[in-house]
Design a protein around this ligand. Structure first.
Ligand code: SPD
Length: 275
């Protein structure tokens, strides 16, 4: 079958995937939702034309967004995930035995429903008794939180459409307020090779202004445009570079390792210069 999905990044760049089947395609209240079976990467969740996750490589992103902050905190108990409606981040967070309570704030209930139906490998954690899902706007939710969470993970889509406010200074200041005195924040902060309205240095500096310690780390995600992807961690007390690798338990990873925890913070020169 000669059926393709094309993710168009801008007028000069697009990425194409051959697909076997369209499993779901609808306009939700917030965005265009598409689930396809690709030939190369298995099932893929696509929102507003951008690949969010695929079965073949999802573990890279979800392990890196969850375990780096969760192992930086010595005893994470209460975790907030904003976005994350596919379930990959909560699945990884649940592997930490110290975690007692996880709140997911996903604006679009149809993303959670699609993940439950088509991506069971990711969404298995939604039924865990430690998890509560709120279908609310993360920006409004966080405005009502103070000194509440140990770890806050922003697992958002790109800074366009419903996610744009999750990349702004005011949101990061409120995120810092929502954390306890030794809390840790992490957000997916896009690729240095692309610019969806906000540049990576702008996002990084918005986060840096809200936290005493800010560090960027990177990984390679084949189905995100240009591959090289960044996360930015903001911390009130703990430094991810001071984590003792011997204290990183093996919770069954496919990408993350104790050595990689540190190595991911080593940035290429062009990225250092960009920041
Ligand atoms: N360009 C797509 C970036 C998407 C980042 N978030 C994905 C959510 C996966 N849980």
């Amino acid at each position: 079958m000669n059926l393709w999905f094309t993710e168009t990044e801008n007028s000069n760049l697009a990425v194409k995937y051959r697909i076997k089947q369209v499993l779901a395609h609808k306009k939700t209240k917030f965005q265009e939702l598409l689930v396809v079976e690709t030939e190369r990467f298995g099932r893929a969740l696509i929102l507003d034309g951008a690949v969010q996750t695929t079965i073949a490589d999802e573990y890279v992103y979800h392990e890196m967004i969850a375990h780096v902050p969760l192992f930086t905190h010595p005893q994470p108990q209460k975790v907030l995930i904003i976005g994350g409606g596919d379930g990959g981040t909560v699945r990884e967070t649940l592997k930490h035995r110290s975690v007692e309570e996880i709140h997911i704030v996903e604006i679009d209930p149809e993303v959670v429903a699609a993940a439950k139906q088509y991506l069971p490998e990711l969404s298995s954690g939604f039924n865990d008794p430690r998890v509560t899902i709120h279908h609310l706007d993360g920006i409004e939710y966080i405005a009502g939180c103070q000194n509440e969470y140990d770890v806050l993970i922003i697992d958002s889509s790109d800074p366009v459409g419903p996610a744009v406010g999750l990349f702004q200074s005011q949101f990061y200041r409120q995120a810092a307020r929502a954390l306890k005195d030794d809390g840790i924040f992490v957000a997916q902060t896009e690729s240095p090779w692309l610019n969806f309205g906000l540049t990576l240095p702008e996002i990084y500096h918005n986060i840096k202004a809200a936290f005493p310690l800010t560090r960027m780390y990177i990984c390679n995600i084949p189905t995100y445009p240009c591959g090289l992807w960044s996360f930015t961690l903001g911390s009130k007390r703990y430094d991810p570079l001071e984590v003792n690798p011997d204290k990183i338990a093996d919770l069954g990873y496919r990408y993350y390792t104790p050595d990689l925890h540190r190595a991911a913070f080593v940035l290429p020169r062009f990225l250092q210069d960009l920041l």
